[in-house]
Each structure stands twice: as structure tokens, then as C-alpha cells.
Design a binder for this molecule. Structure first.
Ligand code: 13P
Ligand code: SF4
Length: 299
């Protein structure tokens, strides 16, 4: 049996489902039952009836699945696959910020730890941030953590000011407006899509600012046939697979999230075989974090 067959066999025996983020290695995306962005994966995790969820993504995503499924086993094939942005703020720092702004609503990007989510009123993803933030009344004081760029993007879309935390994604932060200009010059007919985690100069230089799921939808529905992609290069696999007649060009090939790439087929197999590593969240923290996630899912 090859590794893919071993995974299929173990999956059946364990009554498991495999979820994978759009940035995962191509071969991992190919063996997944469902591939999506953070919002789509959270929605899927909230409704699966399998007993075991193997989460191929970074830790906060697996943690979100575990919070939404207290009775199920959530496995992450490599527990060191973290998100540096999520670790840029901890619960104590957020509590301090909240104490400095009593009365402010606290919102966290889903790229945050369970402890931080537990301190928040609601959570957002890049796929629903505009819609969720628009539900707050104008003039309401709002703390937005940890991504200064996504927070800045939504604040300009809605014409509001947020109290931002200086967190950022080290992968997307490498992208510059100059890189976009160079890529545009080489591909003048391409539509430029970038992720909401990009810096302002990069977002301003793009045609579309989208979540990874938003990019897949836009590429599918657009009449354009050439796209410059300003996000982690793992997404190219799905874009190409779903749109064989269209051309997708990475704005630069250095946009790789090393944590997303830690998960390999062999680690998925081992994870199902050994039932490791199980993701668990303290019950009290999970109960509070679940409220923030469920409020988001209800919008
Ligand atoms: P998406 O929710 O758009 O897939 O983004 C997740 C992420 O970590 C982007 O860096
Ligand atoms: Fe975190 Fe950036 Fe990797 Fe997304 S791409 S998981 S935000 S480090």
C-alpha cells in the first residue's frame, strides 16, 4: 500500500474526516475530504459527523475545530505548525488593552489563540470580517487584534477607526507594492488578487483584496483568464485544479508559510495511525472562546 492508500484505509477504520487549508501542500490538499479557508473550515468543522477530524492547517485552526466539537477527537499531524501572527498577542496583553479601553468591544481575527478568543466578544476571519464588523454601530469603540493589516483594511472599507494591535503575518508582510508593480508590468492583462493580511501599499496596488476562499470564488466567477496571486503559493494548486483554462501566476514565489508546509502525507498517516497529536482546549477557555466563534458563525 502506498501512503495515500494507507491514509484512506486508516480514515475508514477511525471514522475520520480530513480537512485541509488552501495553503497546504498539493498532495495533502488532494487527499483531504474538504479544502477551504479559515471560515469554510470552521463551518465544516461545526457540522461534521465523523468521530475524528484530522486538521491539516496551523494550530489555531485545529483548536477552533476542537472548540466547536467538544465530543470529538481533533488531530493535528504536526503540533508545531503554529501561526506566528496568532502568537503576537496573549490573553494578558489583551486584558491590559481592554482595561485601557473600558467599554470597548473586543474583536479577534481567527488567527489567535483560544485564550485570546475567550477574551473577545466576537471573532472574524478574512472571509467575513467586513460583514461582521459592519454589525457594530458607528462610533462604537472597538479593539481589533492581532492583525493590524486586516484590521486596517476593514477600517478603511467601513470608514471607522479601530484600536489596532501591531500584529502581522510574516509571510504576507514580505510582499511589497514594488513586487506587485513588477508583476503587473510583466503581465499587464492579469487581475491582481491579494490577501487582506497584506500591507496597505500592497492592498492599494491590487485589484481585489480577498480571503483565500474569496480568491477561489472570484477566479471561478470572473471572465478574466489571467490572475496574479498575492498570497501563500499553496493556493495555486486549488486555483489551477478548479480552473484548468485560466492562468494563475504567483506575484512572487517567496510567499511560503513554512508552518503550513510542515504537514506531509506521512505525518497525516502517522497521525491517524497513532491518534496523535490530539488538540485539547481547557473547558472553561473553550466555553468562552466558543461564544466568540459561534457569534461569528451566526452572522
Ligand atoms: P484565509 O482565511 O483567507 O484562508 O486566511 C488564513 C490565513 O492564515 C491567511 O494567512
Ligand atoms: Fe499565519 Fe501567515 Fe501562515 Fe497564515 S500565512 S498561517 S497568517 S503565518
Amino acid at each position: 500500500m502506498d501512503t495515500t492508500e494507507e491514509i484512506a484505509d486508516l480514515k475508514k477504520r477511525r471514522n475520520a474526516i480530513i480537512l485541509a487549508h488552501n495553503y497546504e501542500r498539493s498532495e495533502v490538499q488532494d487527499i483531504a475530504d474538504f479544502t477551504g479557508d479559515s471560515l469554510e473550515l470552521a463551518r465544516k468543522a461545526a457540522t461534521v459527523d465523523a468521530e475524528v477530524i484530522v486538521f491539516c492547517g496551523v494550530y489555531f485552526m485545529a483548536e477552533t475545530a476542537a472548540i466547536l466539537n467538544p465530543g470529538k477527537t481533533v488531530l493535528i499531524p504536526d503540533a508545531t505548525a503554529g501561526c506566528p501572527m496568532a502568537d503576537m498577542i496573549d490573553a494578558a496583553q489583551l486584558r491590559e488593552l481592554k482595561a485601557a479601553h473600558p467599554g470597548a468591544a473586543a474583536v479577534c481575527y481567527v488567527n489567535s489563540t483560544a485564550e485570546v478568543k475567550a477574551e473577545c466578544d466576537i471573532c472574524v476571519t478574512s472571509g467575513n470580517a467586513e460583514r461582521v464588523m459592519a454589525t457594530f454601530p458607528k462610533g462604537r469603540e472597538i479593539i481589533f487584534v492581532p492583525d493590524q493589516h486586516l484590521g486596517g483594511h476593514i477600517s478603511s472599507l467601513l470608514g471607522t477607526q479601530y484600536i489596532l494591535w501591531p500584529g502581522y503575518c510574516p509571510t504576507h508582510a514580505r510582499l511589497t507594492a514594488q513586487t506587485i508593480a513588477k508583476a503587473r508590468a510583466a503581465h499587464p492583462n492579469a487581475v491582481v488578487m491579494v490577501h487582506g493580511e497584506c500591507r496597505k501599499d500592497v492592498r492599494d496596488a491590487a485589484d481585489k483584496v480577498l480571503s483565500t476562499g474569496g480568491m477561489c470564488k472570484f477566479a471561478r466567477e470572473s471572465t478574466a483568464d489571467e490572475f496574479l496571486v498575492g498570497t501563500e503559493t499553496g493556493i495555486l494548486h486549488r486555483l489551477e485544479k478548479e480552473n484548468p483554462s485560466k492562468r494563475f501566476i504567483p506575484v512572487d514565489t517567496f510567499l511560503v508559510c513554512p508552518n503550513m508546509k510542515k504537514i506531509t502525507l506521512e505525518k497525516v498517516r502517522d497521525s491517524l495511525r497513532d491518534m496523535q497529536t490530539q488538540v485539547s482546549v481547557d473547558d472553561a477557555i473553550a466555553a468562552r472562546a466558543r461564544l466568540a466563534i459561534e457569534r461569528m458563525l451566526a452572522i
